[in-house]
Design a protein around this ligand. Structure first.
Ligand SMILES: *Cc1c(COP(=O)(O)O)cnc(C)c1O
Length: 373
């Protein structure tokens, strides 16, 4: 048996060893990190809701009324009134017939993909998709094909077997948006199903944050996965889809069937977040995204994720440490999260930052010598 200590030493030697840092305050634009006050520039709290007093109150109220936990899976005795209310609200916001809650985005992707893509079928997955999608493909009994662009997708779909195409709506480590209209058009031509992961699109894309699928009017053509843990400031996830698909997932998605239902406080907080997610709040996120991008010299857009390429993992770690010295926490992202040679800092603007904070943070990072990708 290979020693784990040896494996850890190898990771250290390659600059790929990972360590936990501790946030000693509630989440927000400024946090206490390992004993220091820093500006937080790498969370996915896009709308600044995780620490919002109104979400805290909603979670507390739900705990008072419904308890701390759901005590069983949804199909045993875990389905509670707030779960149905949240599923109804999510379907409304996403413009779909139905929505099905999952324990997390990781569980949603692994459960949905493995339920939909069976033996004798194929899953066609983008090369930069999130790890939970990759793991969903591994769990599915279909054969996986990986594509990097629309030509490769078209080629993969020449296969005669039934196909499911899976893509991130917004690629999580780059912040770019998938060409979803073209993907859906190709899939339609080949009779393939499309699953879109809106982890970084929900609360982020569209004037009201309804996501990429809704913005393009494709909600009847795809299954949209979303998380409650990022822009919505809570925990959990969902699939927004038509009624038959929802029914099928309830019957066949193993991560839905064999896992305890979401705790009521998380559900209460997510319901409150949907109430607060309006044009003004999402507009503030978009304005801040534009400020950060401009300050970092990135291409102009409303997307809050800005990758700052460093190349080597050691270089990314050094830049992260330098930024931290200057009071800005922007985490280094290294393989296998990103491809070898593309280690980076991943800067993220939220609605809760001030313009001044973003400009100062950008200055701190830029003088570390980082170059945007
Ligand atoms: C974070 C993330 C997930 C996982 O969602 P969780 O709710 O955090 O488990 C899935 N897909 C993408 C693209 C993500 O960035």
């Amino acid at each position: 048996m290979r020693s784990l200590r040896l494996a850890l030493d190898e990771l250290r030697d390659a600059g790929l060893y990972r360590e936990l840092r501790t946030v000693e305050s509630a989440q927000g634009p400024r946090v206490r990190l390992d004993g220091r006050d820093v500006l937080l520039l790498c969370s996915n709290d896009y709308l600044g809701l995780a620490g919002d007093p109104r979400l805290r109150a909603a979670a507390a109220e739900a705990a008072e009324r419904w308890g701390a936990g759901a005590s069983a899976s949804r199909l045993i005795s875990g389905t509670m009134t707030p779960h149905l209310e949240l599923e109804r609200r999510l379907a409304e916001v996403k413009g779909t017939e139905a929505a099905v809650l999952f324990g997390s985005g990781y569980l949603a992707n692994t459960g949905v993909i493995s339920a939909l893509a069976g033996p004798g079928e194929i899953v066609v997955s983008h090369a930069r998709n999130h790890a939970s999608i990759i793991d969903g493909c591994r769990l599915a009994r279909a054969e996986t094909k990986v594509y990097a662009d629309l030509d490769e997708l078209a080629h993969a779909l020449e296969d005669r077997r039934p196909a499911t195409v899976v893509t991130d709506a917004v690629f999580s480590m780059d912040g770019d948006v998938a060409p979803l209209t073209e993907i859906v058009e190709l899939a339609r031509r080949h009779g393939a199903r499309v699953v879109v992961d809106e982890a970084h699109a929900t609360g982020v894309i569209g004037p009201e944050g309804r996501g990429l699928v809704h913005a393009l009017g494709l909600q009847r053509e795809v299954i949209a996965i979303g998380t409650l843990g990022k822009a919505l400031g809570s925990y959990g996830a969902f699939a927004a889809c038509d009624g038959d698909t929802a029914d099928f997932l309830v019957n066949r998605a193993r991560t839905f069937i064999y896992s305890t239902a979401l705790p009521p406080p998380s559900v209460g907080a997510a319901l409150k977040a949907l109430e607060l997610m309006d044009r003004e709040l999402v507009g503030r996120l978009h304005a801040n995204a534009r400020v950060l991008r401009e300050a970092l010299g990135a291409e102009a857009s409303d997307m809050p994720i800005v990758p700052l390429l460093a190349g080597d993992p050691e270089m990314a770690l050094a830049r992260c440490a330098e930024a931290l010295d200057r009071g800005v926490f922007v985490q280094a992202i290294r393989p296998p999260t990103v491809a070898p040679g593309t280690s980076r800092l991943r800067a993220v603007a939220t609605a809760a930052h001030t313009e001044t904070e973003l400009r100062e943070a950008a200055r701190s990072i830029s003088t570390c010598g980082a170059v945007h990708g």
